[in-house]
Ligand binder design. Structure first.
Ligand code: GDP
Length: 326
């Protein structure tokens, strides 16, 4: 099948074509890579954009329960929802723990939903690149909302924030009044902090946690892309569904404001620029692992080891040669 046929099928909303295209962008084979780039270029259409929502939270806070309930609420409104994952742990564990269909069984059967587990890949940079391309494919396929799930371990949040229009942080009710060791950097990225499990016996603790975070957020510097009152903290229950409609309402309000104030376009433009730079950086790094660069690194390294050259002079020589070699 040629690129145009693939692109047509994806644009028409063909889920199998979308799934195959995501497999294509996940492939490291050079011929697949060339096909993937052609396909992404053929599908480029700035008018076809989804609301990209990043979602982070430590294991057990209820991410999959939330995504299932929230996703079903959106599909009930006839919105098309895609779920992708950036899983920094898959490299270590060898298996994915995010975006797993068995964790979102009802949503995965919904014809308006599409769930893609995280690819296993050794480098976070690699996973991030593929996820970004998968987001682009989902947008081309006409999804209204793309949820990008990650687990709260720091680095992956930054990656997801660079992929998202909105960033949600999901928390569980705290036992005491302590903030749950949430890194300040992650809190600074959040547009909405949702304290999940605000139901039954856990409700009072959830409401206390909401109050704690409201206080903590007030101490953070206001960002230009935040209207008054944002970032916000809300109690939700993924189990009962309570608070989900309000959370969605807040997300829409924030989106509307950012669009009308020009922040939406500016953020997306800055994100594209960042990804371009990142691609160049990754390309240069991977060039070092291929010939002839790899051999040059080896031979210059040997001369440094024998003290025939200083590390600085050898690096300068390598960079000079890189400027010449393709
Ligand atoms: P994840 O690891 O973040 O994806 O968390 P899960 O969605 O698998 O949920 C972990 C546990 O918390 C499960 O036993 C869920 O049933 C439970 N859970 C999730 N959401 C809620 C909620 O809103 N209220 C209560 N009481 N339990 C919840």
């Amino acid at each position: 099948m040629d690129t145009e046929d693939r692109a047509r099928l994806i644009r028409s909303g063909d889920r199998r074509a979308l799934a195959r295209a995501i497999t294509l962008v996940e492939s490291a084979r050079p011929d697949h890579r060339a096909e993937a780039l052609a396909l992404l270029e053929a599908l480029r259409d700035p008018k076809r954009e989804a609301l990209r929502i990043g979602l982070s939270g430590t294991p057990g806070v209820g991410k999959s329960t939330f995504i299932e309930a929230f996703g079903l609420m959106l599909t009930a409104q006839a919105l098309r929802v895609a779920v992708l994952a950036v899983d920094p742990s898959s490299a270590r564990s060898g298996g994915s723990i995010l975006g797993d269909k068995t964790r979102m069984e009802r949503l995965s059967r919904d014809p308006l939903a599409f769930i893609r587990p995280s690819p296993s890949q050794t480098q976070l940079g690699g996973v991030a690149r593929r996820t970004r391309e998968a987001v682009a494919l989902c947008e081309a396929a006409g999804f209204d909302v793309v949820l990008i799930e990650t687990v709260g371990v720091g680095q992956s949040e930054t990656v997801v924030a660079e992929l998202s229009d909105l960033f949600l942080l999901l928390l569980a009710p705290a036992g005491g009044d302590e903030l749950q060791g949430v890194k300040r950097g992650i809190m600074e990225m959040a547009d909405l902090i949702l304290v999940n499990k605000a139901d039954g016996d856990l409700k009072p603790a959830a409401l206390r946690t909401v109050a704690d975070y409201k206080g903590a957020l007030q101490l953070l510097r206001r960002r230009p892309q935040d209207p008054p009152g944002f970032p916000k903290t809300l109690p939700v229950s993924a189990l009962t569904g309570e608070g989900l409609a309000q959370a969605w309402e807040e997300m829409q309000q924030l989106t509307k404001w950012r669009k009308s104030e020009g922040h939406w376009d500016r953020t997306r433009a800055a994100q594209s620029r960042t990804w371009f730079q990142e691609e160049v950086r990754q390309g240069l790094l991977s060039a070092l692992t291929q010939e002839p660069q790899k051999g040059l690194m080896g031979s210059l390294g040997d001369r440094v080891a024998k003290a025939e050259l200083t590390p600085e002079a050898a690096a300068a020589e390598m960079l000079r040669l890189l400027g010449r070699t393709p």
